[in-house]
Write a protein that binds this ligand. Structure first.
Ligand code: HGY
Ligand code: MN
Ligand code: MN
Length: 416
């Protein structure tokens, strides 16, 4: 006799159609997406998601950070809901699946429960967290960070983008600032489905990643101050070249990560020199370092080593130096019970699977601090993400969402 829900499967075609429909909003220039947080395109994507959720019989909650909560009633209204979700915002040259698969996979679970006429004990809430990417407004996972009390809401509202626009003003402008107090909601558990954004699952031939841990992260914003001068007529020994300092520190970031193998990574992704003119020696450079590793001691050591080397480089070149931490979280260990629900689901469904440490940060990394949390991952082609060529297969999306379905419904309990 099959256990209740043993044969639950989602509708992979419907999920894929929704992913492709959402991908039409905020298209990139090379087949991916540019639907950055709090842009008009983000607003359009939110409106589409809300319409779909309401069509599925949900009521939509919206908090003061723009986090969206599509609520499907459970048999026991007193039971804390199971939350499932991710983010709809993308990188400027993002893919169609990073974050979106986790939000629309959650919606597909509700649509499938409706198709099957299943009532769960606990309510289920599908969530879209604002500004997971942290590309327009640093840091990443900003709104889920406010939700758990890691970031102050007024501090978050004051974060500005490259054009000096404030997060709080942009949220108001696009009309997605809700009234609900942030973080008041209590969760029985939280599950997030996400593409791996790395090469391991595909290389190992596995359909499902059972995510046991997440890497820790430091984002360090470095400002070097030198002196604008003529690139042609200024003798080499008179130069105070902030661009040269940035280049040497960028190389040091790579070398420090390599010196902390296995399992450490480091790069500079965002870099600006000023005045950025062909024939002016840069008098200023501002750039962000991204260090990550699952090992907390290594993470701390990498930051300390960088700060020491950057000071030496700046002194050698006569540059002013400031280093401001603009993002951080310690390595994450997800909840054994929820991770077990994911693993049991993959086993039951017959999907190949392996334990995985998430290389990327996710809203689940913060939510794990306030509720039992786990993640499901599916492979992506060549491990490529944060690139418009990001690609997954419909089968991978379906398998990941089937596993999410079982883990969520097992935890929510089937009543009828
Ligand atoms: O940076 C990250 O890991 C995520 O993509 N925001
Ligand atoms: Mn993501
Ligand atoms: Mn991302």
């Amino acid at each position: 006799m099959a256990a209740p829900g043993e044969n639950l499967r989602i509708n992979g075609d419907r999920l894929w159609d929704s992913l492709m429909e959402m991908a039409k909003i905020g298209p990139g220039v090379a087949g991916g997406n540019n639907r950055q947080t709090l842009t008009d395109e983000d607003g359009d994507g939110r409106a589409l998601f809300q319409r779909w959720c309401e069509d599925a019989g949900c009521t939509m909650g919206l908090d003061q950070m723009g986090n969206m909560f599509a609520h499907r009633a459970g048999a026991d209204p007193e039971a804390l809901p199971i939350y499932v979700g991710s983010h709809l915002d993308t990188q400027p040259t993002g893919g169609k699946y990073d974050g979106v698969l986790g939000v629309l996979g959650g919606l597909e679970i509700l649509r499938s429960l409706n198709d099957l006429g299943i009532k769960t004990k606990h309510p289920i809430v599908v969530t879209n967290f604002t500004n997971e990417e942290g590309t327009r407004f640093a840091p990443a996972m900003l709104a889920s960070g406010v939700f758990i009390g890691m970031h102050d809401q007024d501090w978050a509202y004051d974060r500005v983008d490259a054009e000096g626009k404030r997060f709080g003003d942009e949220l108001q402008r696009i009309g997605w600032r809700g009234d609900e107090e942030v973080g008041k909601r209590k969760m029985h558990a939280f599950f997030e489905l996400h593409i791996e954004q790395g090469p391991i699952l595909e290389a190992e031939g596995k359909e499902i990643g059972v995510v046991t841990h997440g890497q820790g992260l430091w984002w360090l914003e470095v400002t070097l101050t030198g002196k604008d001068a003529h690139t042609g007529s200024t003798p080499m020994d008179m130069r105070v070249n902030a661009g040269l300092g940035m280049a040497r520190i960028t190389e040091a970031v790579h070398r420090i990560a390599m010196d902390h193998q296995p399992g450490a990574v480091g790069a500079v992704g965002q870099a600006n020199v000023y005045p950025n003119s062909r024939n002016v020696i840069p008098g200023k450079a501002v750039f962000t370092i991204d260090f990550r590793t699952p090992d907390l001691d290594k993470l701390t050591a990498m930051r300390s080593r960088l700060e020491a080397e950057a000071a030496e480089i700046a002194a050698d070149l006569g540059l002013g130096l400031t280093i401001e931490p603009v993002g951080h979280f310690d390595p994450v260990t997800f909840d054994d019970g929820c991770v077990g629900a994911v693993r049991d689901a993959a086993e039951r469904l017959g999907y190949s699977h392996m334990n995985l440490i998430s290389g990327a940060g996710h809203d689940a990394c913060w939510i794990n601090r306030v509720a039992p949390t786990a993640m499901v991952m599916c492979p992506c082609v060549d491990g490529l993400s944060h690139n418009e060529a990001e690609e997954i297969s419909k089968d991978w999306a379906t398998a990941g969402t089937d596993v999410l379905f079982h883990a969520v419904v097992e935890t929510a309990g089937i009543v009828s």
